[in-house]
Design a protein around this ligand. Structure first.
Ligand SMILES: C[S@@+](CC[C@H](N)C(=O)[O-])C[C@H]1O[C@@H](n2cnc3c(N)ncnc32)[C@H](O)[C@@H]1O
Length: 218
């Protein structure tokens, strides 16, 4: 199904409202998706960029084998992430910054792995964000996404279509199809889809992984 992407101000407003209650509401229900994505990122290791890091709920899922940088568009969400950093429990989280994933300030190939947990479906231009993630990840590095994606058929798809317009102002997008992610990779010769799998609970989240190709030796 075709529906317009969310715009930046809707997302900023929605997540500024979410910030005070985000951990309580979205912590438990999304924890398994977050853990699966972080586990896949830890397998890559090195410098990891968390795009849309939010309140830093994923910090618990990493350890000193990685170095985490986070960015987010929403200052109140980042304030919560900084509170977690100030606890001293996450020395491997080096920095979180206010930054739009559509135009990142990082150099090309700055990270070993880029992770976006519950983010790609709600950015204003998902293809542009994927291309930015691809730019900042090293050749051989990975982009790991976890999200609820559109069910495409059956009752679940009907419910998602029904919910789509009603949840936009909450910064949610239940009707985003996998086909868009796949189409982005198809048009980018250096991006290879290496994994797509359902994640618990009940397979409602999907983990998608792209690898940036290593240029062939001349
Ligand atoms: C559903 S929350 C997910 C937060 C966190 N990744 C988690 O798993 O709890 C989505 C986050 O993406 C951020 N976001 C949305 N669009 C963004 C953009 N263009 N650039 C950076 N962050 C963005 C929002 O501000 C919000 O904090």
């Amino acid at each position: 199904m075709n529906s317009p992407d969310l715009d930046r101000s809707t997302v900023e407003t929605a997540y500024a409202r979410w910030a005070p209650i985000y951990d309580a509401v979205c912590g438990p229900v999304m924890v398994q998706g977050r853990r699966a994505a972080a586990k896949a990122a830890r397998a890559v290791g090195g410098k990891i960029l968390e795009v849309g890091v939010g309140t830093g709920l994923s910090f618990d899922d990493y350890d000193a084998t990685a170095e985490i940088t986070g960015i987010d568009l929403c200052a109140p969400m980042l304030d919560k992430a900084r509170e977690k950093m100030a606890s001293g429990r996450y020395p491997y989280v080096k920095n979180v910054q206010l930054m739009d994933a559509h135009r990142m300030d990082f150099a090309d190939a700055a990270f070993d792995c880029v992770v976006a947990q519950f983010v790609i479906t709600l950015v204003a231009n998902p293809e542009q964000v994927l291309s930015e993630c691809h730019r900042v990840v090293k050749p051989g590095g990975r982009i790991i996404l976890v999200n609820h994606l559109y069910s495409e058929k059956g009752v679940a798809a009907a419910v998602e279509r029904w919910a789509a317009r009603r949840t936009r102002n909450l910064g949610l997008r239940p009707e985003f199809p996998f086909a868009r992610l796949q189409a982005w990779a198809t048009t980018n010769k250096d991006a290879n889809l290496v994994e797509r799998r359902k994640v618990a609970p009940f397979g409602i989240y999907t983990l998608v992984c792209f690898e940036r190709a290593v240029p062939a030796a001349a």
